[in-house]
Design a protein around this ligand. Structure first.
Ligand SMILES: Nc1ncnc2c1ncn2[C@@H]1O[C@H](COP(=O)(O)OP(=O)(O)O)[C@@H](O)[C@H]1O
Ligand SMILES: N[C@@H](CCC(=O)OP(=O)(O)O)C(=O)O
Length: 372
């Protein structure tokens, strides 16, 4: 029998958290917390990524339907987040478990220091026997800094804490060959080992007015987890004991099994860069550099960079593309765009001679480069 996971990140969607009247479904929250407690007794910790703030806030503020303007939506999220955390905290307290609220934005994972602080907080909460409840900080996240959907936030958190398993609890049994709400012939897929264009094209948008990303965002998150070597299961959250069964290795929903080329631990640092969608520029590399990066996992050296695009500072995330424009990877660049245009095409010893030893660095170090 497979070893029980010691750390699970479980993401639960809005459509699973609210009842048919749009109010928080406390019976569901109780059953979810019961499962978390049962797993804790077995030595499996759970970090919960919970959506539902905007949905709960609509109910709290007396709005009959989900607003479409961003400011009212953010106000709903603020009102609802308080209710949501209170609901988890009350139920967990009855079971003797404290809960800690962690609200993140994409900016937090792009910034290395904030990323480490978030990780330290999550790990410390677990050490202290508390369950972290994570959500996007919707009141400050707008436009480019918004995760937009919590499926990817959950994937980022799973990478952040080097989880053994990522579970997406949704309002559907898993990934079907087509949206089962509109296609009655759609079949459930129980296992996926590679996400190609065929798999991606099966996954459509959200099924209810509460959900935001639909199956498409879950499959994107699963793809990131495959790259990180973290197995991912998408299943129906309301299925009785869904989380416990998945943790026990029962076949439930759709399982995306990682190819495990690299261990999650090794990939943890790179994942935050690869998933950061605030990309400030592009390095175009020659064929030799492209081969070195993709075949040998080498760093990108200035000598292989033929073109730099965009305006960035050292530490920003940039794309790496080959001469035909294919995206090879994404990494944290060590030069500003201004310096990059000076050093591109030069060998490190030449850069050292003209600019000093300290200035002679890889354009992107292999440890800070996620190759796709
Ligand atoms: N191929 C597919 N398989 C399963 N569900 C799909 C598929 N394509 C689209 N969907 C829709 O995705 C929905 C789940 O996503 P979403 O509504 O965002 O839920 P959540 O609130 O759990 O994030 C399903 O209810 C379904 O309507
Ligand atoms: N941060 C938002 C949730 C966004 C989101 O991704 O929702 P869902 O698609 O239901 O997981 C909220 O709490 O309302």
């Amino acid at each position: 029998m497979a070893k029980a996971p010691s750390l699970i990140v479980a993401k639960v969607g809005s459509s699973t958290l609210v009842d048919e009247h749009g109010a928080l479904d406390r019976a569901f929250i109780r059953s979810l917390c019961d499962q978390v407690v049962e797993l804790a007794h077995e030595g499996t910790h759970v970090v919960l990524v919970s959506s539902g703030a905007a949905a709960a806030g609509c109910d709290e503020l007396g709005l009959s339907e989900r607003p479409s303007d961003i400011m009212t939506l953010q106000a709903c999220a603020a009102a609802g987040q308080a209710k949501l955390t209170e609901a988890y905290a009350d139920v967990l307290a009855e079971r003797g478990i404290p809960c800690g609220q962690v609200l993140l934005t994409r900016r937090d994972v792009v910034d290395r220091e904030a990323y480490l602080n978030a990780r330290n907080t999550l790990m410390r909460l677990l050490e202290l026997g508390a369950m972290p409840v994570v959500n996007e900080n919707d009141t400050v996240s707008v436009a480019e800094f918004a995760f937009g959907d919590n499926d990817m936030l959950g994937a980022i958190v799973a990478g952040l804490v080097s989880a053994d398993l990522y579970v997406i609890l949704s309002d559907v049994d898993g990934l079907y060959t087509a949206n089962p709400q509109t296609d009655p012939t759609a079949k459930l897929i129980d296992r996926v080992s590679e996400i190609d264009g065929r798999v991606s094209s099966m996954a459509g948008g959200a099924g209810t007015s509460y959900g935001t990303g639909g199956m498409a965002s879950k499959v994107r998150a699963a793809r990131a987890m495959l790259a990180a070597g973290i197995p991912t299961v998408i299943c129906r959250g309301r299925r009785e004991r869904a989380l416990v069964d998945v943790a026990h290795g029962v076949k439930v929903g759709t399982r995306f099994e990682a190819s495990a080329k690299e261990t999650p631990h090794e990939l943890g640092r790179k994942l935050w860069i690869g998933l950061a969608e605030v990309v400030r520029g592009t390095l175009v590399v020659d064929d030799g550099a492209a081969r070195a990066v993709t075949e040998r996992g080498a760093s990108v050296l200035p000598v292989g960079v033929v073109e730099t695009r965009g305006t960035y500072v050292a530490g920003d995330v940039v794309d790496v593309r080959d001469l035909s424009g294919t995206l090879l990877g994404r990494g944290a660049v060590r030069y500003s765009s201004e310096d990059m245009s000076r050093v591109r095409g030069l060998k490190l010893d030449v850069i050292a001679r003209f600019l000093g030893e300290d200035a002679a660095q890889p354009a992107i170090h292999r440890d800070e480069l996620l190759v796709f």
